[in-house]
Write a protein that binds this ligand. Structure first.
Ligand SMILES: Cc1cc2nc3c(=O)[nH]c(=O)nc-3n(C[C@H](O)[C@H](O)[C@H](O)COP(=O)(O)OP(=O)(O)OC[C@H]3O[C@@H](n4cnc5c(N)ncnc54)[C@H](O)[C@@H]3O)c2cc1C
Length: 262
């Protein structure tokens, strides 16, 4: 279990950020499900609960998801249920139980770039952007490419309103982490293919996307794109599966997802 010396429920993002910078051992609290798995002693725990960041709302061009929205919110909110054929609901629905999903937060997850995440590849395929308190707005694609974690606060995620989507994953048992997963979307007739749990952090398959977006999408082209994805993306091994297994399964998941969005 993690511990901390001081606790502060901030009343503004500015206060949260100032507090975060005061000490290397100060941390932002999300739902704390992940923090509780560690045994780290922190200095000050900064709670964002009073900042009303648990929203999911529709703007003129985008859907805005606040950092403190929970996975359960993604599942039951009418906006996210409709968005991209409900991929946000589908990607989190299988993660442990309702109590757990009511506790874990979107902002904590995306900020941390977890390689095992089901949500991050989905948001990546949706061409989302992240809004950071200090760093401003950047695409999730660019954010994930950064090796280290910034000293910043994730405020919200922005997602375009229109698109089709399919999320596919495979697990050994219902409550385990995924062995691998994928999300494919179609936005303005452009396909995006994201692969997660490689088991490293989620990436796009640029070669698959190039093939699918520059050719008529016949069965043969879809197979070529899946083959190109499996050559381009690096997969690794861990206790849940070997790199070869992940590569083989991923090809099939991607094919299924492409067919679904088409
Ligand atoms: C037992 C277990 C099983 C899981 N299984 C799955 C699974 O199958 N699939 C899946 O996708 N995920 C899974 N997860 C991960 C889970 O879905 C969340 O991604 C994870 O718990 C982080 O969310 P949290 O709210 O608990 O974050 P916390 O534990 O509160 O925080 C995690 C980190 O994020 C930082 N942080 C929090 N909020 C912010 C913010 N707004 N800005 C900047 N930094 C912030 C914290 O300081 C901390 O470093 C699992 C987690 C656990 C504990």
């Amino acid at each position: 279990m993690f511990s901390f010396k001081n606790y502060i429920a901030v009343t503004s993002l500015e206060e949260a950020y100032d507090e975060l910078l005061k000490n290397k051992k100060n941390i932002i609290l999300g739902g704390t499900s992940y923090l509780r798995m560690g045994n780290v002693a922190y200095n000050t725990a900064i709670d964002l609960s009073n900042l009303e960041l648990d929203y999911i709302k529709e703007g003129e061009t985008c859907i805005h998801i606040g950092a403190m929205a929970s996975f359960r919110d993604l599942e039951i909110n009418e906006i996210t249920q409709q968005l991209f054929d409900g991929v946000l609901d589908r990607c989190v629905r299988g993660i442990l139980g309702v109590q757990f999903r009511s506790n874990v937060r979107v902002g904590a997850t995306v900020f941390s770039k977890y390689g095992f995440s089901d949500l991050i590849p989905t948001l990546l395929a949706m061409d989302s952007t992240v809004v950071l308190y200090k760093g401003g707005e950047i695409s999730l694609e660019e954010y994930l490419k950064e090796e280290s974690l910034r000293r910043d606060i994730l405020v919200e995620i922005k997602i375009k309103k229109e698109g089709r989507g399919s999320f596919q994953s495979i697990r050994k048992s219902k409550t385990d982490y995924a062995i691998t997963n994928t999300c494919v979307t179609k936005i303005d007739n452009k396909i995006r293919v994201a692969i997660g749990v490689r088991p490293g952090k989620a990436v796009l398959s640029y070669r698959a996307m190039e093939i699918l977006n520059n050719n008529e999408r016949t069965e043969e082209i879809i197979d070529r794109a899946c083959e190109a994805m499996s050559e381009e993306i690096s997969f690794g091994s861990n206790m849940r599966g070997t790199a070869e297994y992940r590569r083989a399964v991923s090809k099939n998941l991607v094919k299924r997802a492409i067919q679904e969005v088409l």
